[in-house]
Design a protein. Structure first.
Length: 359
């Protein structure tokens, strides 16, 4: 019989609170009976840094948490990894309740299952690149030759082949960040936490590392929680994005959902300058395929799909004057795109208006 059970999420967070201040647990329990628990805690001089956060991260998903400074995103990821103890709620990793795990069990998880990369590189200045990367393997008790061989492979993966013997002082900022990424990957973690790992870098180096990071993720398919305050970075990297404000998650969605359907002005402001045509899909603007419509013959006809963005469609059929078919994965015609429809859609996207249902 086929097992139809829902896969266990890599990370499951339910009703998580982190409150800073004396007697936080007791005072949170009392505040929950009130209509606005966070306001009640603030009135008592406590700081509700994370408020009732609930979400899941699926296996192989790149989940981005973003928000302004002080929104609670770094506190949230430290609660998930139990670098700080949450005040209330639950956190499970691959189905295991980690908030009840012993100190020894958490040490084992961090050494074998969880990888972490932070904004500040934290490299050992007296160690070479290969020894920095191999250090977590040394903590696992791996023999020297084997751990250096493993570290060398990861160094190649992050594009530092040939720099194994260099010391941190001899590396650029981007190279040092690569070493930090390699060190966290050396233990082959199932789950990877990254807290603004590229924010201290120059824009060009940052874009290069983002591209390399996506390439690494395409090969390894880790379950990732990535923190950033940069909407462009979030949209480029994420499978899904959680937007935080004042300790609360205000919206979770795909990049397209965040850009095209923001839940409030706070989220809308984040995405204000993002080109809508880069995220709007043809499925939202194409005309229905009529019975008389069929795909034109010839190899010059571009092949479109409902999941293409408007930008991609323009690049494919900018010079085509006839309606162009939109096909599903099996090659069946499911719609057609007229040049005038595409032009109208692009104009509306530039103006930031919605096109759903306006064909």
């Amino acid at each position: 019989m086929t097992d139809r059970r829902t896969p266990v999420p890599a990370i499951a967070v339910e009703h998580l609170w982190q409150v800073f201040g004396p007697n936080a647990s007791l005072r949170l329990a009392a505040a929950r009976s009130q209509s606005d628990p966070a306001a009640a805690l603030l009135d008592q001089g406590l700081i509700p840094a994370v408020q009732d956060a609930t979400f899941t991260v699926q296996a192989g998903e790149l989940f981005v948490i973003m928000g302004l400074s002080g929104s609670g995103k770094s506190t949230l990821v430290r609660c998930i990894s139990r670098l700080i103890e949450p005040t209330s709620g639950s956190v499970s990793i691959d189905g295991e309740d980690i908030l009840s795990a012993s100190k020894n069990r958490m040490t084992q998880l961090r050494r074998e299952k969880l990888g972490m990369v932070f904004q500040h590189f934290g490299l050992f200045p007296h160690m070479s690149v290969v020894d920095n990367v191999a250090f977590p393997l040394k903590m696992q008790g791996m023999a020297r030759d084997k751990r250096r061989a493993e570290a060398t492979q990861v160094i190649k993966l992050v594009g530092l082949d040939g720099r194994e013997g260099a010391y941190p002082r001899e590396l650029s900022g981007g190279q040092r960040q690569r070493v930090g990424i390699a060190r966290s990957l050396a233990v082959n973690p199932d789950i990877w936490f990254l807290d603004e790992p590229f924010s201290a870098l120059d824009p060009l180096i940052r874009r290069q590392l983002q591209d390399e990071f996506l390439s690494i993720q395409a090969n390894l398919r880790k379950s990732i929680v990535f923190i950033t305050h940069d909407i462009a970075e979030a949209l480029k990297l994420a499978d899904r994005i959680a937007i935080m404000r004042d300790g609360q998650i205000v919206q979770i969605g795909t990049p397209s959902q965040i850009v095209l359907n923001p839940v409030d002005d706070y989220v809308r402001e984040f995405a204000r300058d993002v080109p809508k045509a880069r995220h709007m899909k043809l499925s939202a603007v194409m005309d229905p395929a009529t019975a008389a419509f069929s795909a034109p013959k010839g190899t010059s006809t571009p092949r479109l799909s409902p999941e293409m963005t408007l930008e991609e469609a323009v690049a494919s059929c900018a010079m085509i004057l006839d309606p162009v078919p939109v096909c599903d994965g099996d090659g069946k015609v499911v719609g057609m795109l007229k040049p005038q429809t595409l032009a109208r859609a692009l104009g509306a996207a530039a103006a930031g208006s919605s096109l759903a249902g306006d064909k």
